[in-house]
Design a protein around this ligand. Structure first.
Ligand SMILES: *Cc1c(COP(=O)(O)O)cnc(C)c1O
Length: 385
C-alpha cells in the first residue's frame, strides 16, 4: 500500500489527474472524525473501536484525535499497535479464545478487560490473569448469544454462550474475584434495532439467574453503515433504544454501557475506485479489484447499489442502467460480486467503478492472490463525487 503525500480535494480530482491503473481507496479524515463525534455525542456510554475492521495507523490516529479512548483488540499484534499509537487508551481483549502465550502477552501490555464464552477459556484466564492490576480489579466480560436474526452475518455462529451457560460463567467470574461484566455482538451490519432490545433484556435475565450484578454491559459492534442508495442507518435511534431498554430492563441496577463499533465508525470515511479492465463482448464487466482485494466483504452484502461510474475524465456516467455481472481480476470463479449489479449502460473500458462506504473490512482483508492486491491510499478533503 503506497501512501500518497498529497491531499486531494476529492476522488474525481485524483482519478482525472492520475488515471490510476491499480485500485485506490480514498480516505477522508474529516468524515472519520465527524462519525466518531456522532458516536461520542450520541452513545450513552463508552465508545471503543473494533480494530480489526480497519487497523490502518492513520485510522487509529484520527480516532484518538477525535476523542476515542478505548479499543477492542483481538490479537497480540493489535494490542502492541494500540499500545504504541494510543498509550493511554483502554484495551478490551474481546476475542474469547486465546492461546496461553497470548494471554501472557496481554498481561504484560496492561490489558485489564477480557471477554470469555466458555468454562475452559475462563479457567485459563483465572489461572493466568491477576485479579488486581495497578488501576484496580481486572474485568472479565461474559459473551452470550441469542438465536436471533437481523444482521448481514450471524456472529453467534462462532462465539457466545447460551443464557444458561452465561449465568454460570458470570457467577464464576465474580467468585474468582474479577469484575463481572456482560457482552454480546448482534451481528455485523445489523439493520434490525430490535436485536439490541432482545439482547439487553437477556443480559438482565442472566444477571437475575446468576444473582450477580454486571458492572458493565458491552452492546458490541454491528452498527450498520449506509450500503444501499437512499438508506441512511438510524444510528441515533439505535443509541436511544439502547439507553431506554437498558433502563427498562435493569432499573436502578443498570450497568455502565460500552459499545465497540468497527464498521459503524470507519465505513463512511473511505470510498474505493476500481478500473474497468474490460467489458467482455459487451456483457461481463471485469475490474482490477475484486473479492480477493478490497471487495471481500461484498460477498456477504447482497447486491450493492451505492456506486457510481466515472469516465476517465472524472465525469459521472448517468442514464439508464443495465444489470451486469461484475468479475474481479483473478482467475478464480469465486471472484465475482453477488447477483447482477445495475450499471450505466454506457460503461466502458478505462472507467472507474466507485463504491462509497468502503472503510470497513476492505484494506484489512485485501490479499495479493494471483499477483493482484496493490492498492493506493489517497487522502482527500471530501468524498464528494
Ligand atoms: C468484529 C467485532 C466487532 C466489530 O463489529 P462491526 O460489525 O464491524 O461493528 C466488535 N466486537 C467484536 C468482539 C468483534 O469481533
Amino acid at each position: 500500500m503506497g501512501l500518497s503525500k498529497t491531499i486531494w480535494a476529492n476522488p474525481p480530482e485524483f482519478l482525472r489527474a492520475q488515471e490510476p491503473e491499480h485500485p485506490v481507496i480514498f480516505f477522508a479524515p474529516s468524515v472519520l472524525q465527524a462519525t466518531a463525534r456522532r458516536f461520542l455525542d450520541g452513545f450513552p456510554g463508552l465508545v471503543t473501536y473494533a480494530v480489526k475492521s480497519n487497523p490502518a495507523e492513520m485510522v487509529i490516529q484520527n480516532l484518538v484525535a477525535a476523542g476515542i479512548k478505548g479499543f477492542d483488540v483481538a490479537s497480540p499484534v493489535e494490542i502492541a499497535m494500540i499500545r504504541r499509537l494510543a498509550p493511554g487508551a483502554a484495551m478490551h481483549y474481546n476475542n474469547p479464545v486465546r492461546a496461553k502465550s497470548e494471554i501472557a502477552f496481554a498481561v504484560t501490555q496492561g490489558v485489564v478487560s477480557y471477554s470469555v464464552d466458555s468454562r475452559s477459556e475462563l479457567e485459563k484466564l483465572i489461572a493466568l490473569v491477576p485479579t488486581q492490576n495497578p488501576h484496580g480489579p481486572t474485568e472479565i466480560t461474559v459473551r452470550f448469544k441469542l438465536p436471533v436474526e437481523g444482521a448481514a452475518y450471524n456472529f453467534g455462529a462462532k462465539f457466545g454462550a447460551t443464557v444458561e451457560v452465561a449465568a454460570a460463567l458470570l457467577a464464576r467470574v465474580a467468585e474468582a474475584g474479577f469484575v463481572p461484566s456482560l457482552t454480546f455482538h448482534p451481528g455485523t451490519q445489523c439493520t434490525a434495532p430490535m436485536t439490541w432490545d432482545a439482547y439487553i433484556r437477556a443480559a438482565a435475565e442472566i444477571c437475575r439467574q446468576s444473582g450477580v450484578q454486571a458492572r458493565r454491559l458491552n452492546v458490541g459492534g454491528g452498527f450498520p453503515s449506509h450500503r444501499v442508495k437512499g438508506e441512511l442507518p438510524p444510528l441515533e435511534a439505535i443509541f436511544a433504544l439502547i439507553g431506554r431498554v437498558t433502563r427498562e430492563a435493569f432499573g436502578d441496577k443498570a450497568p455502565a454501557l460500552v459499545c465497540e463499533p468497527g464498521r459503524g465508525l470507519v465505513a463512511e470515511s473511505m470510498t474505493s475506485a476500481a478500473q474497468v479492465k474490460a467489458v467482455r463482448d459487451g456483457t461481463h464487466v471485469f475490474l482490477n479489484d475484486g473479492t480477493y482485494g478490497l471487495m471481500d466483504e461484498l460477498l456477504l452484502a447482497g447486491v450493492i447499489t451505492r456506486l457510481t461510474v466515472l469516465a476517465p475524465a472524472g465525469v459521472k456516467r448517468e442514464g439508464p442502467t443495465v444489470p451486469r455481472i461484475i468479475f474481479g481480476p483473478t482467475c478464480d470463479s469465486v471472484d465475482r460480486l453477488p447477483g447482477e449489479v445495475p450499471l450505466p449502460e454506457g460503461i466502458a473500458e478505462g472507467d472507474y467503478l466507485v463504491i462509497e462506504g468502503m472503510g470497513a473490512y476492505s484494506t484489512a482483508t485485501n490479499t495479493a492472490f494471483n499477483g493482484f492486491g496493490a492498492v493506493s491510499v489517497v487522502t482527500v478533503l471530501s468524498l464528494t463525487l
